[in-house]
Design a protein around this ligand. Structure first.
Ligand code: ADP
Ligand code: MG
Length: 252
């Protein structure tokens, strides 16, 4: 059984077919990349898996079960976390607070039990802290721990955005353009982290990324999309040498 499976998924926005009969599987433990020119439908696929969008047809399965009946706010509970192409953090809160909020909204405990502060809640609280501290350490964010997001360089914010998703300890991590706007050096760091997320944390990664160098260095498999359609799927090498892919990129 695959961790994630899209079966003949189609999404329409009015007359536009943003995702056109797309099928693919993401296996546990792999890094899977979605590539393609602007408007190919990559972010729409992420929004489908996050359940922000509902397909016109097709099915999406996570651990063998359809998630089409799951509400967006329950998706993290299944073990699916995501980052956004445009970073979505609380600007006037610290790195630590942002990571804790990410965890808390995921593990909703009742307000009343928070007030009563039962041993169970205390235990949960400690567990949240530990998970968050672990991510901060993992991503080398200690120097920024108490700093407000607003004052941080863009490259660090991108890492915090990744940390916010990792803090919920997902089975599947969706990264939407983790290297966009980053320098060559920062992109290299992202590559190291993606490798470690897979190898050390054991988390499966599905990413959308423009930087083909990053894609080929970290991905096990790649799916190329153009105008919502599947062009090619395979190893980075296979996909990059596929004539339909080359044409879509040159034509774009
Ligand atoms: P990519 O991430 O590959 O650049 P998107 O998935 O963002 O592409 O967009 C695919 C197509 O769907 C584009 O033509 C885009 O304009 C359109 N689209 C995306 N989201 C919406 C929406 N919420 N409403 C209408 N059109 C949309
Ligand atoms: Mg996009």
């Amino acid at each position: 059984m695959s961790l994630l499976e899209l079966r003949n998924v189609t999404v329409r926005f009015g007359g536009l077919v943003a995702v056109n009969d797309v099928s693919f599987n993401v296996e546990e433990g792999e890094v899977f990349a979605l590539v393609g020119p602007n408007g190919a439908g990559k972010s729409t696929v992420f929004n489908l898996i996050s359940r922000f969008y509902t397909p016109a047809s097709g099915d999406i399965l996570f651990e063998g079960k359809s998630i089409l009946g799951t509400a967006p706010h329950d998706i993290p509970d299944l073990g699916i976390a995501r980052t956004f192409q445009n970073i979505e953090l609380f600007e006037h809160s610290s790195v630590l607070q942002n990571l804790l909020v990410g965890r808390h909204t995921h593990c909703r405990s009742s307000f009343l039990s928070d007030m009563l502060f039962t041993p169970f809640v205390r235990d949960q609280e400690r567990h949240h802290r530990e998970a968050v501290e672990h991510v901060i350490e993992f991503l080398d964010l200690q120097p920024y721990r108490e700093k407000l997001i607003a004052g941080l360089p863009y490259g660090v914010r991108k890492v915090v955005e990744m940390g916010r998703a990792l803090a919920i300890q997902p089975k599947l991590l969706l990264l939407d353009e983790p290297a966009s706007g980053l320098s060559v050096e920062e992109t290299q760091d992202v590559a190291f982290w993606v490798e470690d997320i897979k190898k050390v944390m054991g988390i499966t990664v599905l990413m959308v990324e423009h930087d083909m160098h990053l894609v080929s260095s970290v991905s096990d498999r790649v799916l190329a999309l153009a105008d919502g359609k599947m062009l090619a799927i395979g190893t980075p090498k296979e996909v990059q040498s596929d004539p339909a892919v080359i044409e879509a990129y040159i034509g774009a």
